[in-house]
Design a protein around this ligand. Structure first.
Ligand code: 13P
Length: 248
């Protein structure tokens, strides 16, 4: 049995004060949740404040990005030691927005994952196809290429996969539960063939997840949780997603 993981990716949203407001209202809403792991990934500037408030709670903290070098002349980048010292235990790597707007390739993603794991950070690796790729029936080919490239020379220890079809991100167009399950099953099949430990690895779905769509997605055997953007920005809506994920 894989314990569900519900993760918030706030992207470039929330100041420090807004982060504190969110967390202060969110903590009591989910304090009794035991059957779901909860992760919040605020922007870098809010990490330290969030970490202070999340101590002794059932909520863990993650960052949305990391650099692959440990330190040095890399203006604007953030190292694993910095994330650890800010209170993070996880990091999201390879989000499609990073790939699309900041030129992250599978090779860069692979270097980031290696550095994160070497420093003990858990990784949420994002993969997913574009609409064009889906329409051309290239979904599984793309996912396999991303998996092979991003996880080159890596074990699955400390890794969670987030399947995020690009066409479903921020569009209000959620993949159907069948589409999500099919993609997850393909991801797991590839991992089983190529790596140890694929049975216990969690595969999250991301792309326009809402409180209303959570239960159906979570009813699928291969869907182990969600990576939530827009609907994670309000405490009550994110808490509802967490609660609905636990009812399966
Ligand atoms: P939305 O939930 O806003 O579609 O974003 C999904 C996402 O990209 C999470 O990482």
């Amino acid at each position: 049995m894989r314990k569900p993981l519900i993760s918030a990716n706030w992207k470039m949203n929330k100041t420090i004060m807004e982060t504190e407001e969110f967390i202060n209202s969110f903590i009591p809403m989910v304090k009794d949740v035991k059957d779901v792991d909860i992760l919040i990934a605020p922007p870098f500037t809010s990490l330290s404040a969030a970490a202070g408030l999340l101590k002794q709670t059932n909520i863990t903290l993650g960052a949305q990005n990391i650099f692959y070098e440990e330190k040095g002349a890399f203006t604007g980048e953030v190292s694993p030691a910095m994330l650890l010292s800010a209170g993070c235990s996880s990091v999201i790597i390879g989000h499609s927005e990073r790939r699309q707007y900041f030129g992250e390739t599978d090779e860069i993603v692979n270097k980031k994952i290696k550095t994160a794991r070497k420093n003990g950070l858990e990784v949420v690796l994002c993969i997913g196809e574009s609409l064009k790729e889906r329409e051309e029936n290239k979904t599984f080919e793309v996912l396999e290429r991303q998996l092979a490239g991003s996880l080159k020379d890596m074990t699955l220890e400390g890794i969670t996969i987030a399947y995020e079809p690009i066409w479903a991100i921020g569009t209000g167009k959620t993949a159907t539960k069948e589409q999500a399950n099919e993609a997850h099953a393909n991801i797991r099949a590839w991992l089983k063939k190529n790596r140890e430990g694929a049975d216990t690895l969690r595969i999250l779905y991301g792309g326009s997840v809402t409180p209303e769509t959570t239960a159906a997605l979570m009813s699928q055997p291969e869907v182990d949780g969600a990576l939530v953007g827009g609907a994670s920005l309000k405490p009550d809506s994110f808490a509802q997603i967490v609660t609905n994920a636990g009812k399966q």
